[in-house]
Design a protein around this ligand. Sequence first.
Ligand code: ADP
Length: 174
Amino acid sequence: MSRISVISGDITSLDVDVIVNAANAQLQGGGGVDGAIHHAAGPELLEQCSAIYRQNGACPTGQAVITGPGDIPVKAIIHAVGPVWQGGDHDEAGLLADAYHNSLQLAASHGYQRIAFPAISTGIYGYPKPAAAQIAMSTVCDFLRNHSLPHQVVFCCYDQETHDLYQHLLMNYD
Ligand code: ADP
């Protein structure tokens, strides 16, 4: 599908409207892509996240919230909470699909054209990469079939295995 692209690299340096963060429920920053985003965005992002947490409490798994970009040159950051892998029988698949779907919905409702996703839950949260890539791709494809926004979705892969998985899936969806 030509509205989807797969790239290798750091999500904080992409030319898109909105990047998605694989956040934790407390929105407090952590390791992995979350740490990289907070590091690049600076203290203003943590202040915005803390304000949302004070107002709404923890962000439930599968849900997403939106903030400004801090120092990252995009228009916004969507913080999506993916599931921790617990063996597969805790609705991890449904919750991971929700994280992608709700992020896309949020981006569309703000009128954003281009969004970039990391491979949510496949780092510290331990979700098996092949299964997670399949859910990411099918959820995004389903959403794009029914919505004109976002116009472009970028899967930003940080390791070769993830890149190869997405590339292979994308060829099969074309
Ligand atoms: P989670 O806690 O949801 O598992 P992680 O940040 O640990 O989140 O990992 C999610 C994915 O993000 C992993 O594939 C990891 O390699 C990748 N990642 C880490 N840093 C970056 C970055 N700067 N840009 C894009 N992806 C990244």
